[in-house]
Design a protein around this ligand. Structure first.
Ligand code: NAD
Ligand code: DAU
Length: 351
């Protein structure tokens, strides 16, 4: 079996659902259930004996040690993190606590467990760390995309905390020999993404007839990857990735934010006609330190592991919009008072 952390969040939950469907191998899922963790994301496997959910913190070494001793997983996959750049600007503390100190505590628990394993199990064990392309900083319009050898240059408290966690993972490989693999992935979108991120926020606002807040001039570029393609990449890295290596994962789908929002409006106009969604686009104050462009060179994972994305942005976006339209109850359950106060804090100060 495998141990997944952060498996009630967007990518971790999609990974857990896809993993069970693809492999059937049991999963223990450790998640603190912060504001972005949601057991509703795991509803399709409620009562499934192959999945055990444990509420807890990756920074609690004793809890992790106990889970490792009890379940003896063949791998630990670390998805758990604070993940929203804008929240990291308002309050970096939680980012340092979970992404830096939490990853450190997790690594320590895993190192102690792995060191005591018998030879065969020890050799087969893997620690897979899920990270982001944001550790590489920002690109100019004509710069080549980020490769695995691009120097780290994180610009936000979020990306600095992720870069720090990546460095600890690297050091545990180099110093202790822990069999680690790291993935650095571009922007994901798809079902179950918390509606603070660009795509689901715009869908939620458009359906409610609210403004679609585009930061600055909307010309910033991101590379978009449908979440199930990311999950397939992680499975490939877990099974065939070389210990000590990092793999960049991307969708070959660079898009300007404003174009993303307009494409979203066009899909909504087809799926839920009756409103001029594009007229809701509103330019608001830019994000401080906003990275201008991310782009991923994913040739290494394609060459070594045979992974490439299966969805285009158009096919992935159509599936995503359909999911949000079919899951209105999921969305309204998330739109709590805490969510509304985040929206007020973020958008009343950027208006
Ligand atoms: P998310 O915010 O939707 O989910 C994060 C999950 O981690 C939540 O379930 C939360 O409860 C849990 N968590 C937070 N702190 C924890 C702690 N201390 N202990 C245990 N659980 C904790 O985030 P996501 O978008 O699913 O991102 C998952 C991972 O993928 C993160 O490491 C993120 O940096 C990385 N990533 C995300 C993207 C993206 O576009 N969303 C792209 C590349 C990499
Ligand atoms: O690149 C991978 C990263 O992608 C992940 O590591 C992060 O966890 C994830 O949150 C995401 O970071 P971004 O900052 O790129 O994603 P976000 O959805 O917050 O914003 C995408 C772009 O859209 C970014 O340029 C900011 C802009 N934006 C975002 C919001 C929420 C807007 O213009 N308006 C908005 O309201």
């Amino acid at each position: 079996m495998i141990l997944v952390t952060g498996g009630a969040g967007f990518i971790g939950a999609n990974f857990t659902l896809d993993w069970l469907a693809a492999t059937g191998e049991p999963v223990v899922n450790l998640d603190k259930l912060t504001y972005s963790g949601n057991l509703g994301n795991l509803a399709p496997i409620r009562g499934d004996a192959r999945h055990a959910f444990v509420r807890g913190d990756i920074g609690d070494r004793a809890v992790v040690a106990e889970l490792l001793a009890r379940h003896r997983p063949r791998a630990v996959l670390n998805f758990a993190a604070e993940t929203h750049v804008d929240r990291s600007i308002h309050g970096p503390d939680a980012f340092v606590r979970t992404n830096v100190l939490g990853t450190f505590e997790l690594l320590e628990a895993v190192r102690a467990h792995w060191t005591a394993l018998p030879g065969g199990e020890r050799d087969a064990f893997r620690f897979l760390h899920v990270s982001t392309d944001e550790v590489y900083g920002t690109l100019g319009p004509d710069d080549p995309p980020f490769s695995e050898t691009t120097a780290f240059a994180p610009n936000s408290p979020y990306s600095a905390s992720k870069a720090s966690s990546d460095h600890f993972v690297r050091a545990y490989r180099h110093t202790y020999g822990l069999p680690t693999v790291t993935t650095n992935c571009s922007n994901n979108y798809g079902p179950r993404q918390f509606p603070e991120k660009l795509v689901p926020l715009m869908i939620a606002n458009a359906l409610a007839g609210k403004p679609l807040p585009v930061y600055g001039d909307g010309q910033q570029v991101r590379d978009w990857l449908y979440v199930s393609d990311h999950c397939a990449a992680i499975r490939a890295v877990l099974e065939r990735g070389r210990p000590g290596e990092t793999y960049n994962v991307g969708g070959n789908a660079e898009m300007k934010n404003l174009d993303v929002v307009h494409e979203l409006c066009a899909v909504l106009a087809r799926e839920r006609p009756g409103r001029d969604y594009a007229s809701l686009v509103t330019f608001v104050k830019d994000r401080p330190g906003h990275d201008r462009r991310y782009a991923i060179d994913a040739r290494k994972i394609e060459r070594e592991l045979g992974w490439r994305p299966t969805e285009t942005f158009a096919t992935g976006l159509a599936k995503t919009v359909r999911w949000y339209l079919d899951n209105g109850a999921w969305l309204s359950a998330i739109q709590t008072r805490e969510y509304q106060s985040w929206i007020s804090l973020q958008y009343e100060t950027t208006a």
